[in-house]
Write a protein that binds this ligand. Structure first.
Ligand SMILES: Cc1cc2nc3c(=O)[nH]c(=O)nc-3n(C[C@H](O)[C@H](O)[C@H](O)COP(=O)(O)OP(=O)(O)OC[C@H]3O[C@@H](n4cnc5c(N)ncnc54)[C@H](O)[C@@H]3O)c2cc1C
Length: 281
């Protein structure tokens, strides 16, 4: 997209008002790493949203509230008990992209390579959206459709909320690419909550080999309530993958993508289970 004008509002209200007035011509610009993927529009005007006071990470009673213009590098550098988003953000290439890409930008326009949505889906995070009023969406609802297509002009993501992760909750994340800076072939995330030696809650999501980030609810249902035994994972994954179209990328065949997906999904479930047990095998 080529911009014909550029506005730098100083408050959320100013930014929302400018975007509402501009309508289809307005483009909320955060890190600006995705506008090359968006078609030109006559009179396109960028509205910089990086000076609205939406950057930063706050520890809350049970987790973290992350402002929408917090950068991916901020996520990598942040340290706190129960913080896992550094493990996701550090796998998004490259340093330059991480330095300017924002949390809000990463989740508002979904691509096959979008990584943060996977973490939000399995951790059952929430997304705070500001339009005429403020509304908080569960991640599952927020990611059921391309978020930008659902919200009208002037609607902005202002924050995301994720829980702190500690046993009996464990998190797993894995991404497979041909080189560090290449687009992902297959990305997956899992979260497991244990109740004694049973799988109380299982959340599993995939992207890259799928067109958009998606939860594999059939696999989750096949595991919940069952013994915490990795031997059960393979059959549950098969069930969860059935009926979905797995796409090969970077020259790989669809058949390869499907096989890779099964392997990576198992890896993240095993990682989440180890973490849920406190690192014990
Ligand atoms: C070479 C390259 C490789 C990449 N690889 C990966 C990868 O492997 N994994 C990954 O997850 N990401 C990857 N990214 C980054 C990702 O694709 C997005 O470009 C990035 O996360 C968007 O963040 P941004 O702050 O730059 O958003 P912008 O480009 O500024 O905005 C993206 C879209 O979201 C809208 N938007 C931004 N902020 C908000 C908000 N607060 N509320 C509502 N709408 C908003 C914008 O209007 C725009 O439509 C890569 C980027 C590049 C350039």
């Amino acid at each position: 997209m080529t911009f014909e004008d550029f506005l730098i509002p100083k408050t959320l209200d100013e930014a929302r008002e400018a975007l509402e007035t501009l309508g289809d011509r307005g483009y909320a610009l955060a890190g600006g790493t995705a506008f090359q993927y968006v078609a030109d529009r006559p009179g396109a005007t960028a509205v910089d949203i990086t000076r609205l006071g939406l950057r930063g990470i706050d520890r809350t009673a049970d987790g973290f509230r992350i402002g929408a213009t917090t950068t991916l590098t901020d996520l990598v550098r942040y340290r706190a008990e129960g913080w896992v988003l550094d493990r996701v953000a550090t796998r998004i290439p490259t340093h330059q992209v991480r330095n300017i890409s924002t949390v809000g930008g990463n989740i508002s326009r979904l691509f096959p390579w979008s990584d943060l949505p996977l973490a939000l889906l399995v951790l059952e995070g929430r997304v705070v959206v500001s339009s005429d009023e403020e509304r908080t969406y569960e991640a599952l609802e927020f990611f059921t459709a391309q978020p930008l297509n659902r919200f009208g002009p002037g609607t902005l993501v202002t924050a995301v909320i994720v829980p702190a992760v500690a046993p009996p909750l464990g998190f797993g994340f894995k991404k497979e690419s041909t080189t560090n800076a290449a687009f992902s072939l297959m990305t997956a995330a899992a979260a497991i909550t244990l109740a004694g030696d049973r799988l109380d809650k299982v959340r599993l999501a995939a992207n890259a080999a799928l067109p958009v980030p998606m939860r594999l609810t059939e696999a989750e249902a096949a595991l919940e309530g069952r013994p915490a035994d990795p031997a059960l994972f393979e059959a549950a994954i098969e069930r969860g993958m059935a009926g979905l179209e797995w796409h090969g990328r970077e020259g790989m065949s669809d058949e390869f993508a499907r096989h890779l997906a099964a392997v990576i999904l198992r890896d993240v479930l095993e990682e989440a289970l180890r973490a849920a047990k406190g690192g014990a095998e």
